[in-house]
Design a binder for this molecule. Sequence first.
Ligand SMILES: [Fe+2]
Ligand SMILES: [Fe+2]
Length: 303
Amino acid sequence: MRIAHATDIHWFVPPPLTRLPGKRSLGTTMLYVRGRRHHFDPAVQRSLVAHIAAAEPDVVIITGDLTAQALQAEFALAREALDPLLASFPVFVQPGNHDVYTSGSKRDGRMARTFGEWMHLSPGDPVARLDHGELTVLGLDPNRPHWSASGRVPADQLRRLRELLDSEELDGRSILLALHYPVVNPRGELYDNRYHGLRNADALQAVLTEARNRPLAILHGHKHHGYRSAVDVGDGAVTTLNPGSSGYGFAPDQHRQAHFNVYTVEDGVISVERHAFDGERFAALPEPYAAPPAAPTVGSVGA
Ligand SMILES: [Fe+2]
Ligand SMILES: [Fe+2]
């Protein structure tokens, strides 16, 4: 079973200048005045989709921030760009904080209207779920329009996750948990800061600690520089995997390079392959996460 994982692709379209409410106005300033627009490259985004399609994975997982400012035009662009994958593979899409960037975008349900078919939510169940062969992918949505870029897993999702991980129906299955936010930083400390973190990361850690069936790995994004880490669950650890932004423009001098991951899951074991954009194409790296986690540097925090 091979699974492709991309995240934080951030398709963007300049918003009409007449429609710039407070938060979006700030976001647009970030995008254009500070040059952040150039951090994400349509050519890399096209190459990403082509390379994932060529890899012919069994399942594709995207952990949010498909858009920059949750504009309808950005959702339309993302939907069109992803069509080669949506039409050919089982795809599991989770939203990111940028996909509910404003209260209006959340109220309109833009994410669900565009990608509902691939969000795998059943009526009355707050946890997304996709079953494919031996694999069960579970998805959480901690995103909310907010003055900060922080998130919080709602209580009903935590309750349902606890119930699912304790249920016999998941015995013997290979479980992956997908959500936009990191649970831990590269050093394995809870990533729960008030500006960018998952505020109740401790509650999710507690659910994982007490669970009868634990995920093989937690797949996430949000921080645009990828890393592998682990959540301490008392008698062990759950691996966390962040490819890093999959839509980054190629700027190695500024430590920006797009990545996506390919996982192989076999008999309850996961192995990781990491692909990086080298200026022309995506290619597998000899060591997926060779460098030991370093202290965050300027510009290393994505949103
Ligand atoms: Fe992002
Ligand atoms: Fe984000």
